[in-house]
Design a protein around this ligand. Structure first.
Ligand SMILES: Nc1ncnc2c1ncn2[C@@H]1O[C@H](COP(=O)(O)OP(=O)(O)OP(=O)(O)O)[C@@H](O)[C@H]1O
Ligand SMILES: CCCC(=O)O
Length: 358
């Protein structure tokens, strides 16, 4: 039996999900909740790397995980320069871009940094990321905007979208690379991707660009109003960016990061929650329908709805009824981030994947 373990890491704002795998067996799975006061004094998410790494290592040790058997530490990849899909070994250049927030400050940056810090503490491990949020397979036409100095960027949930699409393709005995699929990832952020024959040729710029609003992101806004707010003198640039990326969407309406809680408010008859969630479902549906045009007349084989909010039947129903004329709709509730990372971790151990250099 192989003694080589895989440690997978998915850092989120208020918690870090970790899992340890021995090939196909899950050895350990844990959602480590963090108290906001633990991070007092840290201005940026990346400043939390050393502390979170220690908390994770302590958790593994106190659960008798044989940490020196860990060979692969693989984290969810962060805001980096645009890259092709695949597995990357964490190197100095990646650590520099993540820790300086060269391409933005999001908690997802901690994926590569935690993997690097933890691997360096172990005797036998290397650090990796896979399909980071900046996987870029856009067609050139998708990049052009109404201002030559602005190009649309590919920032979306590449890891979960691609795993969801591969899983669906397998379930209908086809190859991902042979299918046309629209994937809607409904998580803390929301991204809609047009997967044409295995390449995501268009997606909304989910982090700070366009698309539906989400539990934490503002999505597309009336641009004139945003410009006027920028120059109102009321907010700094940092505050304006934060309103777009971390304090928009459901948070701005309800002061909670939890889509689950807002769904519960709707179920209890709250009129505002009903209205805002319906608007979010409406925006997701419009975004899915807009991707139909991207396939330029080729049939779309499936629409996949995935992510945490895909667990809410009412929310999903409101989207489904608006888009199911386009293609059959398949629901994959929840995001398999750790499972997806373990899939790549196994390929690394079996030497079945190219290790790309950042
Ligand atoms: N049963 C549920 N019903 C409704 N919403 C839910 C449910 N379970 C989770 N959610 C919501 O889903 C969102 C989180 O989804 P998910 O776990 O896919 O995202 P994440 O990993 O935190 O962020 P992202 O997907 O943007 O990277 C949260 O707003 C959460 O409250
Ligand atoms: C960080 C990119 C995807 C998202 O969370 O919106």
């Amino acid at each position: 039996m192989s003694r080589e373990l895989i440690l997978a890491l998915n850092p989120r704002m208020q918690f870090t999900r970790i899992a340890v795998y021995r090939m196909n067996t899950t050895v350990f799975l844990k959602k480590i909740n963090h108290k906001p006061e633990d991070f007092n004094g840290f201005d940026r998410y990346v400043d939390q790397a050393a502390l979170r790494a220690k908390i994770i290592l302590d958790e593994l040790k106190s659960n008798d995980i044989r940490i020196d058997d860990i060979a692969v530490v693989i984290g969810r990849g962060g805001l980096l320069k645009p890259v092709k899909s695949g597995v990357y070994k964490v190197n100095d250049s990646m650590v520099k871009d993540l820790s300086s927030c060269e391409y933005g400050d999001d908690v997802v940056n901690l994926g590569g940094l935690l993997a690097n810090t933890i691997a360096s503490e172990l005797s036998n491990a290397d650090a990796f990321i896979a399909d980071p949020v900046v996987v870029d397979e856009l067609e050139d036409i998708a990049r052009i905007t109404g201002r030559p100095e602005f190009k649309k960027k590919s920032i979306f949930h590449a890891l979960n979208q691609k795993i969801a699409a591969r899983k669906y393709a397998k379930s209908v005995y086809k190859k991902y690379e042979e299918m046309n699929i629209i994937v809607a990832h409904l998580g803390g952020g929301i991204s809609i991707g047009a997967h044409r024959k295995g390449r995501v040729i268009d997606a909304n710029q989910a982090y700070d660009g366009d698309g539906p609003f989400s539990p934490i992101r503002s999505g597309s806004l009336p641009m004139g109003d945003v410009i006027r707010e920028c120059f109102s003198g009321k907010y700094t640039q940092e505050e304006m960016l934060n309103k777009q990326t971390g304090k928009g969407g459901l948070f701005a309406h309800f002061n909670t990061y939890s889509g689950y809680d807002v769904c519960k408010m709707r179920d209890a008859g709250d009129a505002k929650a009903t209205e805002v969630l319906a608007a979010m479902a409406y925006q997701v549906s419009k975004s899915i329908a807009s991707m139909y045009a991207v396939f330029d007349g080729e049939p779309v084989d499936a629409i996949i709805i995935t992510g945490g909010l895909a667990k809410d039947e009412q929310f999903v129903k409101e989207i489904k009824t608006r888009v199911d004329k386009i293609a059959p709709v398949s629901i994959q509730p929840g995001a398999e981030v750790l499972g997806a990372l373990s899939y790549y971790g196994k390929m690394i151990l079996r030497k079945e994947t190219e290790i790309l250099e950042y």
